[in-house]
Design a protein around this ligand. Structure first.
Ligand SMILES: [Zn+2]
Length: 222
């Protein structure tokens, strides 16, 4: 087991907990792809809160356990992670949680609309789609996730389950998880005021272009 990969996985788990985009019991899992190899390091523990390094496992992208002890209940969701590394060659991190506000959309089979700017800036101008329900980690569930995703979309709600985010780096994946939860919370809070209003189509593109222009200049000044 590579000690550096193990400590990186624990650091990401801690960041997810610190972000607040997680349910009270800390259920969820994090994986990191090993650069240049067809394998990942995966949180084999039942909760991301206080996850122990000893519970991190090494798993091939074909789903076979290569090192460590993986309880069956955690093994069941491995396919959800490996499928996403198969989809995008540049995916470096996958995070799954039951973050409460996003999960409220997941259990009602409702997509999260693009009503906060950050969604448009981070690859979700069409909001966060919902993958139809399938038993966790089953072929059906994985097929439903694939069917719901479009190229460049870094997040998907899992019907009757939770949320799945992924990106090239752990930092970006944690950030997207936080943005999805924030958008879901805003959506639910706005119901009493008549409901959230989506950003108009042409302005979504403008939000992204402005974000990209800042990134190119490497400065936050207007
Ligand atoms: Zn779950």
């Amino acid at each position: 087991m590579d000690a550096d990969m193990v400590s990186q996985v624990i650091e990401v788990a801690n960041r997810v907990v610190a972000s607040g985009a997680i349910s009270a019991n800390g259920h969820g899992n994090v994986s990191l792809r090993v650069p240049g190899a067809d394998e990942m390091y995966f949180t084999g523990g039942p909760s991301l809160r206080g996850h122990l390094p000893e519970a991190v496992v090494r798993v091939g992208l074909d789903g076979t356990l290569r090192e460590g002890q993986l309880p069956p209940i955690q093994a069941a969701v491995v396919a959800m992670h490996t499928a996403l590394y198969g989809e995008g060659a540049d995916t470096g991190c996958v995070i799954h949680t039951h973050s409460p506000f996003a999960t409220a959309y997941a259990v009602t089979h409702r997509p999260i609309g693009c009503w906060i700017e950050a969604l448009a800036m981070f690859g979700l101008p069409d909001g966060v789609p919902v993958a139809r329900y399938g038993p966790r980690g089953s072929e059906q569930a994985v097929a439903n996730i694939r069917a719901a995703l479009r190229p460049g979309v870094p997040a998907v709600l899992l019907a009757n389950h939770g949320v799945l985010v992924f990106h090239r780096s752990p930092e970006l994946a944690v950030m997207v998880g936080g943005i999805v939860e924030e958008a879901a919370q805003a959506g639910i809070n706005s119901v009493g005021l008549g409901g959230a209003v989506e950003i108009p189509g042409e302005m979504k593109a403008a939000a992204l272009q402005r974000a990209m222009a800042f990134e190119e200049r490497g400065t936050a000044t207007a």
